[in-house]
Design a protein around this ligand. Structure first.
Ligand code: NAD
Length: 379
């Protein structure tokens, strides 16, 4: 069973799907691993480091594609890459099956078995494979550093002979995995942190990290589903949240927004008036840019200024911390691959409660109901 890792094709992508320590584990599980020359360099891993743990290094991308039993990637491969693979081969990575399902049609038509890290169920058994949480952790951390780097003031409270410097104020919207990491990081830097989320359970977590949880009366409506995820709110409930946020935005130096509703457009949490009410020199970092944004007018991967406030919506912060983002991702995909390997051979058990739900295409069929619905929605 030949597991292949290629150079990622997106110029801004510095992560690599497998780091050498994971390659070592896969080889111990009797798989063979071939790395395209230079694939690890963005994450500070050389060809020699891969060779030392037993990987083969190759230069011919097409030959690598055609010889792969399993292609492990960070981002979805291009259509021509799918077509260069052999029928029945496996592709594993962030394939964006819910927001861009049609881009996987070539993989379906070509008879590939595709597994998407976005679909790995968040059950206890699959915690080690939860790449969404790993990347959200990195993004939440890095967003705070971006904010701290941008604002014209320091984060911590300082008492000096020249007077007292008050701490920066950070407002975090959405206290899931990314938001909680942002709160923890901002607190470590000494900021005063407030956070808002529609899930009541988030309150305790925010407070345990030293943040203040902002509460609003949403009229006793249900805000989360059975799985603990936020549900889409009515416009009236959203507006109540927006009013509270606009009030607290006035004092904030950095606002980090992370709110998401699985499978839906990101909820709008700040309109133009809320941004206009902020102090000059402050910054809004919208981490939901890829799904429509939490801030009206934020544009994915663009920075602009409105009323003296910078608004940025970086869509791939994990790639800016490539060593640790790759390390976490690599461990997540390796844990998943271990479910597919038996005695060094590929063994696909679609009845497995992690493998089955993570599969997008197999033997020419769409395998996931949510993906089928996403496809229907665009046709
Ligand atoms: P997410 O990325 O889907 O959403 C981020 C946050 O946005 C969530 O906390 C959500 O409640 C919040 N949000 C949605 N609509 C909002 C609105 N209108 N206003 C304010 N906030 C809004 O979520 P996530 O970070 O992936 O995690 C969500 C939940 O899943 C958390 O309870 C987390 O602990 C849980 N989780 C469980 C596991 C596991 O069991 N393996 C793994 C990861 C996360």
């Amino acid at each position: 069973m030949n597991i292949v890792v290629l150079n990622e094709t997106d110029a801004s992508e510095a992560r690599v799907a497998l780091m050498p320590d994971s390659v070592k584990k896969l080889i111990a599980a009797k798989a063979s691993v071939t790395i395209e020359s230079g694939a690890g360099l963005g994450a500070a891993r050389t060809d020699d480091q891969y060779s030392e743990v037993g990987a083969a290094i190759a230069h011919d991308r097409n030959q690598l594609l055609s010889s792969a039993d399993v292609l492990v990637c960070v981002s979805r491969p291009a259509e021509e890459d799918f077509r260069a693979m052999k029928k029945g081969a496996v592709v594993l990575g962030f394939l964006r099956p819910l927001d861009e399902p049609a881009k996987l049609t070539p993989a379906l038509e070509h008879g590939l078995t595709t597994f998407s890290m976005e679909l790995v169920p968040r059950i206890t058994r699959a915690q080690a494979m939860d790449a969404l949480s790993s990347m959200a952790t990195v993004a939440g951390y890095k967003a705070v550093l971006l904010g701290a780097d941008h604002i014209p003031r320091m984060f911590p409270l300082l008492m000096t002979a020249a007077g007292t410097v008050p701490p920066a104020r950070v407002l975090v919207l959405g206290a899931g995995v990314a938001g909680l990491q942002a709160i923890a990081t901002a607190r470590r830097l000494g900021a005063v942190v407030e956070a808002y989320d529609v899930r009541a359970a988030a309150g305790e977590q925010v407070r345990s990290l030293g943040g203040t949880f902002l509460e609003v009366d949403l009229g006793g409506i249900q805000t989360e589903d059975k799985g603990g995820y936020a549900v889409e709110l009515s416009e009236e409930a959203l507006q109540r949240g927006r009013n509270l946020i606009a009030e607290h935005a006035k004092a904030a130096d950095v606002i980090i927004t992370t709110a998401q509703v699985p499978g839906r457009r990101a909820p709008l949490l700040m309109d133009e008036a809320a941004v206009a009410g902020m102090k000059r020199g402050s910054i809004v970092i919208d981490l939901s840019g890829a799904t429509g944004g939490n801030v009206r007018g934020s544009r994915p991967d663009e920075t602009f200024e409105r009323d003296g406030v910078q608004i940025i919506a970086p869509t791939n912060l994990p790639a800016t911390v490539p060593v640790h983002a790759s390390q976490l991702y690599s461990r997540n995909v390796t844990a998943f691959l271990n479910l597919l390997i038996k005695d060094g051979e590929l063994h696909l058990d679609m009845n497995d409660d992690v493998v089955g739900p993570s599969c997008v295409t197999h033997e020419g069929s769409w395998m996931n109901q949510r993906v089928v619905e996403a496809l229907k929605a665009i046709t």
